[in-house]
Design a binder for this molecule. Structure first.
Ligand code: AR6
Length: 171
């Protein structure tokens, strides 16, 4: 069975153990997927986020999912795209740290949005292979841990890119 799946649509509707939020360093909400997750989870999510005192770029923190189907939300902060070499490392860290945190909480299904590819300006065609490569490597490094990873894409172009790169890299 493939461990990485691509699903088009709203990440907040997914029936998974955990969804990942592409947050900012304040962890106090914003637009894009962050806004959608806070709206769907309800005000309790913001209240818990306030106790976390922010998050550095590339790091991840976990909360409960409140009114979401997902039991948990992992909040990670992607890099603002600058074109510098460290962008890719920071983006990969988001995926790796989120997966480590998921495993530490016994999460067995997780959905990621395309981190940094909206407001933060990371070109989708560069972000998608980094996301898939990082997730695939992590899964290869943890062969005994059962985890399904959903790559949630909001539009057709993102879905097409994920499909194209996933076919190059079967898992
Ligand atoms: N479900 C799945 N994917 C979504 C959804 C959704 N409901 N809504 C948007 N996307 P962005 P960033 C996709 O801008 O670039 C926020 O204000 C979207 O099409 O949400 O990491 C935060 O507070 C895009 O491909 O996140 C930060 O300040 C991807 O999610 C900042 O934006 C990420 O777009 C973070 O910027």
């Amino acid at each position: 069975m493939k461990k990485i799946r691509i699903e088009q649509g709203d990440i907040t509707k997914l029936d998974v153990d955990c969804i990942v939020n592409a947050a900012n360093r304040s962890l106090l909400g914003g637009g894009g997927v962050d806004g959608a997750i806070h709206r769907a989870a309800g005000p309790e999510l913001l209240a818990e986020c306030r106790t976390l005192h922010g998050c550095e770029t590339g790091q991840a923190k976990i909360t409960r999912g409140y009114r979401l189907k997902a039991r948990y939300v992992i909040h990670t902060v992607g890099p603002v795209f600058s074109g510098a070499a460290q962008d890719a490392a920071a983006l990969a860290s988001c995926y790796r740290n989120s997966l480590d945190l998921a495993r530490a909480h016994d999460i067995h299904s997780i959905a990621f949005p395309a981190i940094s590819t909206g407001v933060y300006g990371y070109p989708l065609e560069e972000a998608v292979p980094i996301a898939l490569q990082t997730v695939s490597s992590w899964l290869d490094e943890h062969p005994d841990y059962a985890l399904t990873v959903v790559m949630s894409c909001f539009n057709q172009r993102a879905c097409d890119l994920y499909t194209e790169f996933l076919e190059d890299r079967p898992s």
